[in-house]
Structure formats: structure tokens, C-alpha cells
Design a protein around this ligand. Structure first.
Ligand code: 4NP
Length: 142
């Protein structure tokens, strides 16, 4: 199964989600991430997110940001949005209902908060939310 994690900048939430899903999913899952915005194309994940991932045994330092594009609908089976704004932006690029059905919110109830402008506790919270969401997803596809 091929999964794409999508947030706004592709430097905080979606690279963390990518790292967690890769670790938990093993060889069952192929995973990538992207941002709906292009501001950070080519950038390494945010230093604070790299550190938080590392503390949980995950190396996301080699990932580089890229922008979500319409072709991604053809390359992935499931596209996870981190928040409702990401969701709307992804859906706006869908060409048909088949594309739209691939797009899901990663949390059942609400948004993964954007940690970019906050403190370290925001990054830990994002890690916890994403870890639980990825584990739930994997438990349900088995
Ligand atoms: P992300 O966080 O969407 O989780 O990667 C953000 C990173 C950068 C910006 C916003 C959100 N920014 O405005 O530059």
C-alpha cells in the first residue's frame, strides 16, 4: 500500500508522519510526504521536529520538502491530510471522485495542530498524535 502524508510546509507534521508510518508499517507500506505550499521546497525538516523524531528513535533528517501535485493522486492509494485546510487544498486538485476518495484526515476528530510557531511541547504533542493515528490505521488494515 502506498501512502502520502500531506501538511502545509512539509517540514514539520508530514515528515514526522512519514517517519512514524515507515517505522511502524515495515515492508507493508510505502510512504512519502509533501506540502500543499511551495515555500520550503528542498528544505530539510524543521530542526525541532528532527530532534523530537530522533528522541523517539526515528531519523527524518534526510527528508527534503516537496510540493503536493495532482500526479500524486495516481501514485498513492491513500493521501492523509494533517488538517482541514490541507484537506481542502488537496481536494481542489482532484480530477474525479476516485481521486477524492483517496483523501482522508489522519485524525478521526480534528486537526494535527501546526507546531511551527510554538514551543517544544507542540512538537511532542504532534509526535504523540501521529504515532497513535498511524498505529490505529495499521491495526485496521490487518
Ligand atoms: P508543517 O508546518 O505544515 O507542519 O510543515 C509549517 C511549516 C512552515 C510554515 C507553516 C507550517 N510556514 O508558514 O512557513
Amino acid at each position: 500500500m502506498k501512502i502520502l502524508m500531506v501538511c502545509l510546509g512539509n517540514i514539520c507534521r508530514s515528515p514526522m508522519a512519514e517517519g512514524i508510518m515507515r517505522k511502524l508499517g515495515g515492508n507493508k507500506i510505502l510512504v512519502d510526504s509533501a506540502g500543499t505550499a511551495g515555500y520550503h521546497i528542498g528544505s530539510q525538516p524543521d530542526k525541532r521536529m528532527i530532534k523530537m523524531a530522533f528522541e523517539h528513535g526515528i531519523d527524518i533528517s534526510k527528508l527534503r520538502a516537496r510540493q503536493f501535485q495532482a500526479d500524486d493522486f495516481d501514485l498513492f492509494d491513500v493521501i492523509f491530510a494533517m488538517d482541514s485546510s490541507n484537506y481542502r487544498n488537496i481536494i481542489s486538485l482532484a480530477k474525479d471522485d476516485n481521486d477524492k476518495q483517496k483523501v482522508k484526515m489522519i485524525l478521526e476528530n480534528g486537526n494535527v495542530p501546526d507546531p511551527y510557531y510554538g514551543g517544544d511541547e507542540g512538537f511532542e504533542h504532534v509526535y504523540q498524535l501521529l504515532h497513535e493515528a498511524c498505529q490505529n490505521f495499521l491495526d485496521n488494515i490487518e
